[in-house]
Design a binder for this molecule. Structure first.
Ligand code: GDP
Length: 436
């Protein structure tokens, strides 16, 4: 569903890579590209505006984390704002204190309500509930039979009006359905209601009457994600006409542009609870804003890398090290601390593997040897605190002692000490030249 949007966003954000610093003009240009990508994906204009406004403000603001480079910071902000428009936290289904919990489904005809009733029933059963379906769509020919069929497939009971009694009164069926659920000790009741091809008053009135009769814990607005911009107007009409407590997106498996999914929460203020992505009863899941956002960004691994970098990074320690580095006072103790900080993030090969474009670097990644780092660590640990603080002390006999103590050859200790001095010299020269 989000392929085009995902490709666009990925390429916009990848353009930022390698930039040492982002100017306001860079951020404006990136924001413009993201705006176009969202509009082309059919995201509603007010949602796009609000989104871009927040991304720009945060990217230009002082929200700077030393653990991340500028491109990573923008990716992080875009991701967090995507999660926010999708609803933030995962919203769980509310259950009534006194069962049965009534869940009413509302939406246009063809939105996928009946199919959803079956999916929801099966999911509820897996969660240990004893659900029952109630057929209140008496408008559409065969709707009752269709609900009975999905109910059977899901292995749950369906309450339906007796055939042959004419059209019947959906409010009465709903009321009797709840009574039956109470009697038969079903703890959750899913009420399917009639939809129309377009929004009309009669439809709204009927749904509102059913709502008043059964007083649902949750009224779920079911919306076909493939209807694009119409999703927003339909959602507003249902919000004003019936009111709802949550949204279910259906047909996320389709190849539409997905803007509905990104707009409906922000426009209606109600959370998305579930997502349907296929015709089979199993094609259904709880909606997780964070997972959906990283699917849209197509940068799942990059995002976990950002998270790990932030967790492992100690701002004070890094500042001190940088200060010492540029003034030529770096010690082996600092070097060890930095190495440990990086290693807290996991094996080096894994870290590199998470970087975008790592696919083409497979061989180099395989060659990065964590054992090598273990050896460096062992050598430094084999030194006394005085030696780490002032590596100049490390003469020939000390090198032999360190090598024996850490189980490596003297040559390796020599290498480490020499490389350390070279690096320190180079850093202080650079610092002098660039004036930092
Ligand atoms: P209702 O009128 O709201 O009850 O909608 P239905 O449940 O009858 O669904 C309308 C059509 O959409 C049916 O052909 C369903 O099989 C199909 N459908 C429902 N949900 C999904 C979904 O998530 N993905 C796909 N591809 N089709 C779906």
């Amino acid at each position: 569903m989000f392929d085009t949007l995902s490709d666009r966003l990925t390429s916009v954000l990848q353009n930022l890579r390698g930039k040492g610093k982002l100017s306001d003009a860079d951020i404006d240009a990136t924001a413009r590209e993201i705006r176009i990508a969202l509009l082309e994906a059919d995201v509603a204009l007010p949602v796009v505006r609000a989104f871009i406004g927040r991304v720009k403000e945060r990217a230009k603001g002082a929200e700077v984390s030393a653990a991340l480079n500028p491109a990573q910071q923008v990716i992080k902000i875009v991701n967090e704002e995507l999660v926010a428009i999708l609803g933030g936290e995962t919203r769980r289904l509310n259950l009534a204190k006194n069962p049965p919990t009534v869940i009413m489904l509302a939406g246009l005809q063809g939105a996928g309500k009946t199919t959803l009733a079956g999916k929801l029933a099966m999911w509820l059963k897996k969660q240990g509930h004893a659900p029952m379906l109630v057929a209140c769509d008496l408008q559409r020919p065969n709707a009752v039979t269709q609900l009975q069929i999905v109910g059977e497939r899901a292995g749950v009971v369906t309450f339906a009006p007796e055939p042959g009694n004419g059209v019947g009164d959906p409010v009465d069926v709903a009321r009797r359905g709840i009574e039956e659920a109470r009697r038969a000790q079903h703890d959750v009741v899913v009420v399917d209601t009639a939809g129309r091809l377009g929004v009309d008053e009669e439809l709204m009135k009927q749904a509102a009457d059913i709502r008043d009769a059964v007083r649902p814990e949750e009224t779920l607005f079911v919306v076909d994600a493939m209807i694009g911009q119409d999703a927003v107007t339909t959602a507003e009409a249902f919000r004003d006409g019936v009111g709802f407590t949550g949204v279910v997106l259906t047909k996320l498996d389709g190849d539409a542009r997905g803007g509905a999914a990104l707009s409906v929460r922000e426009v209606t203020g109600q959370p998305i609870l579930f997502a349907s992505n296929g015709e089979k009863l199993e094609d259904f899941d709880v909606f997780h804003p964070d997972r959906m956002a990283s699917r849209i960004l197509g940068m799942g691994d990059m995002l976990s890398l950002i998270e790990q970098a932030e967790q492992a990074f100690d701002q004070d320690q890094a500042e001190q090290a940088a200060q010492k580095l540029t003034s030529g006072q770096l010690t082996l103790e600092d070097f060890l601390e930095q190495m440990l900080a990086v290693r807290k993030m996991g094996p080096i090969g894994n870290l590199l593997g998470m970087l975008p474009g790592a696919g083409q670097m497979k061989d180099q990644i395989a060659a990065v040897d964590d054992k090598q780092l273990d050896r460096l660590q062992a050598i430094i640990r084999g030194m006394t605190p005085a030696e780490r603080a002032d590596p100049k002390l490390i003469n020939g006999s000390r090198r032999l002692r360190i090598a024996n103590g850490s189980g490596v050859a003297v040559r390796e200790v020599n290498d480490l000490v020499n490389r350390f001095f070279e690096a320190r010299k180079m850093m202080s020269q650079m610092a002098g030249r660039f004036g930092f």
